[in-house]
Design a protein around this ligand. Structure first.
Ligand SMILES: [Zn+2]
Length: 308
């Protein structure tokens, strides 16, 4: 049994969708799997978790729904509609929520850290969805490396992420990426280093993903450096991505606790804060048991990991 007490970073994936409906069977995104619209109260739940624990959870954002100028119609693979992409009605329907969410995000960043996940999470070729946005999971399965999407296309996706944040007036220093579906390739083979170089150019510093999915990383380590980025092992998630009204019960000894937005929410948003209570009690219990400390933010998590 490990005796290392990690400074644990909480990482929450898939934040930002306007609605949670899973349309993956229709060649559209999985989203959060929550069968309702996402509302301001779902962001308040995140901030409440951070505030009560005194930490900044990383929120890995999916920002394609926020495209006000239809810039994604010119980005290869970004949506199921290709160059027919028209997001105006989606924005119009969500406008009131969106304005209050942006305001909330800009005014509560002591309690979470806006981070990168992607645009619509997956990649589309002639309307057909494949996993995932930056890396081709089918090629990853073949195990020969070289499964990054073309460099220029990936670069345009990363660029669009920042353009959409800017266009919406979201102020954030984005330091961390959680790659969608956890796909990432590094090391000496294949397209090694290309993704890291792109991210470094956009100011990113950290990659958080399970190292079991990180092709090219050395075995038996919890952190790794490439192209000026620090990779932090997320380990396995304990809770299913789309489960609501749920909280962990298993002891944790990892440097990262990865979860998905749905997990800290209620199926009904009125239940959110009751669910957050349970999460707060869980993490406080883990600290009291001496299993972990809580990293204030991703930087503290990385620094403690590198000293251990
Ligand atoms: Zn995700």
């Amino acid at each position: 049994m490990t005796t290392t007490k990690h400074a644990l970073q909480i990482v929450i994936d898939d934040v930002g969708w306007f609605t949670g409906h899973d349309e993956s069977k229709q060649n559209r995104p999985f989203r959060t799997g929550v069968n309702r619209k996402h509302v301001l109260q779902d962001y308040i739940a995140i901030a409440e978790l951070g505030k009560r624990l005194g930490v900044r959870p990383v929120i890995a954002m999916v920002i394609g729904d926020w495209d006000r100028d239809n810039i994604l119609k010119d980005i290869t693979g970004a949506t199921w509609d290709g160059d027919k992409w028209d997001n105006r009605e989606n924005i119009k329907q969500y406008q009131t929520q969106l304005e209050s969410i942006i305001d909330f995000l800009n005014n509560n960043q002591d309690y979470f850290e806006i981070s990168m996940h992607g645009l619509q999470h997956e990649y589309w070729t002639n309307g057909m969805m494949t996993r995932s946005q930056y890396f081709d999971h089918n090629k990853y399965r073949e195990g020969n490396g070289k499964f990054m999407r073309p460099y220029d296309i990936v670069n345009s996706h990363v660029d669009a992420f920042f353009k959409i944040l800017d266009r919406n007036g979201v102020k954030a220093k984005v330091r961390t990426i959680v790659p969608p579906n956890f796909n990432y390739e590094c090391g000496e083979n294949g397209n090694a280093g290309d993704m890291s170089k792109i991210l470094k150019n956009y100011g990113l510093e950290y990659v958080n993903t399970p190292f079991s999915m990180l092709q090219g990383a050395p075995d038996s380590t919890l952190h790794y450096e490439e192209a000026g980025l620090t990779f932090i092992d997320r380990g396995p998630d304990d809770i299913r991505w789309n489960a609501t009204n749920i909280w962990p019960t298993k002891d944790v000894h990892r440097p990262t606790f990865g979860l998905h937005w749905a997990n800290i929410l209620g199926a009904n948003h009125a239940d959110n804060l009751g669910v957050v209570d349970k999460w707060v009690a869980f993490f406080q219990g883990q600290v009291a048991k001496g299993n972990i400390t809580l990293a204030k933010d991703i930087k503290e998590c990385a620094e403690q990991l590198m000293q251990a």
